[in-house]
Design a protein around this ligand. Structure first.
Ligand code: DX5
Ligand code: ZN
Length: 221
């Protein structure tokens, strides 16, 4: 699996979006955290900012929808041109129907699981998705600490993907830094979201490169 580094712009300077994206141009995608203050206790950004990211033409948008009623709201992100549209399993009424709609609109379909959500019911449905996001913190805020207990879930997800012969990203999001990325990669994650580790460092470009090298060396199928 190719390693994907997805810096979260949640803790970047929105007043200088273009400059912030330029700093992380060596990454693969820009992670856009959409929060509605209902699914999570925080309100962040929405479709206009995802569109602004895409319009800059620096990195594709990897959108993480932490919202209620994604069945209603997610397709617009695919229509806008987000490369990945990831919605939460706990919020979707008809996840398969929604994933198929997102793919039909040209996006890759992602399914996100909160820390306490079991992946088992979704292991038979992997072919319907391009990405499984195993949350490694409770969604809602940047800067939280990595939940080690998620590593077996990452491993179970990767093993099921390998057994099925599929090409599905396993993304981890929350508390990813130089201190944790190797354990997540060794557990089978190939796609890494990092917010504060990148944007609160003195040199975001160097941090992207350092995380990539650590992940490449540690990744295990
Ligand atoms: C949390 C968001 C994350 C967050 C990551 O709900 O989904 O993408 O911005 O931030 P860090 O890397 O600081 O944990
Ligand atoms: Zn996220």
């Amino acid at each position: 699996m190719g390693i994907v580094i997805s810096p979260s712009i949640l803790n970047s300077d929105f007043g200088n979006l273009r400059g912030e994206l330029t700093k992380i141009a060596g990454a693969d995608v820009a992670h856009v955290d959409v929060m509605d203050n209902h699914f999570v206790p925080n309100l962040s950004i929405g479709l206009p900012v995802a569109e602004a990211v895409i319009k800059q033409g620096i990195l594709p948008a990897d959108t993480h929808l932490m919202i209620e009623d994604p069945d209603r709201w997610a397709p617009a992100y695919a229509e806008a041109g987000c490369v990945n549209v990831t919605f939460h399993a706990e919020a979707a009424v008809a996840p398969i129907r929604l994933a198929r709609e997102l793919r039909k609109l040209g996006a890759r379909a992602g399914l996100a699981l909160r820390p306490a959500t079991d992946v088992t019911p979704f292991l038979d449905l992997l072919e319907e998705f391009d990405l499984i996001l195993v949350m490694t913190v409770e969604p809602g805020f940047g800067g939280q600490s990595f939940i080690e207990a998620m590593l077996p879930k990452v491993r179970r997800t990767r093993d099921a993907i390998t057994r099925a012969g599929l090409n599905v990203d396993v993304q981890v999001d929350g508390g990813i830094s130089r201190a944790t990325i190797e354990r997540a990669a060794a557990a089978g994650a190939n796609n890494f979201v990092a917010g504060t580790a990148i944007f609160r460092s003195g040199d975001p470009a160097a941090e992207v490169q350092a995380l990539r090298e650590l992940a490449e060396a540690a990744y295990r199928d």
